[in-house]
Design a protein around this ligand. Structure first.
Ligand code: DOR
Ligand code: ZN
Length: 465
């Protein structure tokens, strides 16, 4: 009888890179076998590799080497808030273009919002959206289920549909999903299983409408009121709530206070609320090169704020759990129209913007370190959404890796974008740090300027129980 042959696995050795972890940086080599990280060690030589092969029963096949000298290696980023637009909005984005933008931006897992057309609100619409994503995604992905006024029994059922969480629009935004009244909100908070996350768009709808009728767009009180309500609901129902896109000083104070009292609340901030603001971005005298777009291009929900709110977000990053893009592509034609939709793309620019803050020699760099980026965009989101095997560079974890050249300086907008909408609100900004290669479960998905991953290579991720 012949011995069974060891199963062939692509072995990849990434040498000489600087790994960025939550607790600091270290020079290390990484051995990847198939989809997973096999070993991480200071220097892996040929005999170490031979020993690993024996220990893990790997075939004696040639292996590939990547020389990462001079590069930073991050765990692949996890963006917990994107709008992939498919189904229904394929003229501005689809699962392929959105996830190409993701890997070009160093993002290897995206969690997609349910405000598609049709919206993802029950088993058939979930299956439909999942099928689209499975056919086209080039990185891993999760799908939210959308809360409606009447789908509490769908949402609470066990086993669940495989959603990464329940998204509740407590205030209106793009699409028709809206749960703004107390009774259906309370019923979702009371019934949705506590081990799964409710993520909320917290803007108080009566306040939004009140100010709209007076020509004002969603001032801070709209977000402050509804975030207070979401926290109160979570506290009373003793269940976790995740507040999406925090944008005001009061909101961040509310979250800090709630956390200090042990309320299970988490939150995210977006790059646009960290890097853009009303006082600066929309000023009429802004230099032309920074004013590539009309003001309506900067419209999003919640909107940009005055600079003091932006500063409050920076000053309180310690209570923030994730930076998430709220990647919400709309075409320029739509943004320039009489009724411009809200939202801006962000997948390709999040990491360069954060890297620039972490690498630049200014006061701001003290507020954000490279390790903070890992906490906010990799390990933190993986913990929060219980994505097993994601967010950390360690043996046994998925080989989701983002290789970055920290010395490359470039201007956003100079390179073509992968998002189908084709524009970015950050155009004209000089940034430091360029994504060189992105690996998704051991496969080279993005290499310099090219997406190599095939449509359908992304995998659906489900929170572990
Ligand atoms: O600005 C936004 N755009 N905020 C949202 O909540 C939705 C998003 C979209 O889907 O366009
Ligand atoms: Zn959103």
């Amino acid at each position: 009888m012949t011995e069974p042959r060891p199963v062939s696995q692509n072995i990849l050795v990434i040498r000489n890179g600087t790994l960025v972890g939550e607790n600091g940086l270290r020079q290390s080599d990484i051995v990847v076998a198939g989809e997973r990280i096999l070993a991480v060690a200071h220097s892996i030589r040929a005999d170490d590799l031979a020993a690993l092969r024996v220990r893990h029963d790997l075939p004696d096949e040639p292996y590939s080497i990547v020389d990462a000298a001079g590069l930073l290696i991050f765990p692949g980023l996890i963006d917990v808030h994107i709008h992939a637009r498919e189904p229904g909005g394929e003229h501005k984005e689809d699962w392929y273009s959105a996830t190409c933008a993701a890997v070009a931006g160093g993002v290897t897992t995206v969690l997609a919002m349910p405000n598609t057309s049709p919206p993802v609100i029950d088993a058939p619409s979930f299956a439909y959206a999942l099928d689209r994503a499975q056919r086209k995604a080039v990185c891993d992905f999760g799908l939210y289920l959308g809360a409606t006024n009447t789908n509490q029994s769908v949402a609470e059922q066990t086993p669940h549909l495989g959603e990464c969480g329940l998204k509740m629009y407590m205030g209106s935004s793009t699409g028709d999903l809206l749960v703004n009244e107390f009774a259906p909100q309370y019923e979702h908070f009371a019934r949705y299983p506590a081990e799964r996350l409710i993520a909320v768009h917290a803007e108080h709808e009566p306040a939004v409408q009140y100010f709209a009728s007076r020509g004002a767009r969603r001032p801070p009180i709209c977000a402050d009121l509804e975030t207070a309500r979401a926290i109160t609901l979570a506290e009373y129902c003793r269940r976790p709530v995740h507040i999406c896109h925090l944008s005001t000083r009061r909101e961040i104070e509310l979250v800090r206070d709630a956390k200090s009292r042990g309320v299970p609340v988490t939150c995210e901030v977006t790059p646009h609320h960290l890097f853009l603001n009303l006082d600066y971005e929309l000023r009429a005298d802004l230099p032309k090169e920074l004013r590539l777009h009309q003001p309506t291009c900067y419209a999003m929900n919640p909107p940009l704020r005055e600079v003091s709110h932006m500063q409050a977000l920076w000053e309180n990053l310690d209570v923030v759990d994730c930076v998430a893009t709220d990647h919400a592509p709309h075409t320029l034609q739509e943004k320039h129209s009489a009724r411009p939709p809200s939202g801006v793309p962000g997948l390709e620019t999040m990491l360069p913007l954060l890297l620039t803050s972490a690498l630049e020699e200014t006061a701001r760099s003290e507020r954000l370190t490279l390790s903070d980026i890992v906490r906010l965009c990799c390990a933190g989101p993986a913990r929060l959404f219980r994505l097993a095997g994601k967010g950390t560079i360690a043996p046994g974890f998925d080989a989701d890796l983002t290789l970055v050249d920290p010395n490359s300086e470039w201007t956003i907008g100079d390179k073509p974008l992968f998002t189908k909408c084709g524009w970015t609100p950050f155009a004209g900004r000089r940034v430091r740090g360029a994504v060189r290669q992105t690996f998704v479960r051991g496969r080279l998905a993005f290499d310099r300027h090219t997406v190599l991953a095939l449509a359908g290579s992304g995998r659906h991720v489900i929170p572990s129980t």
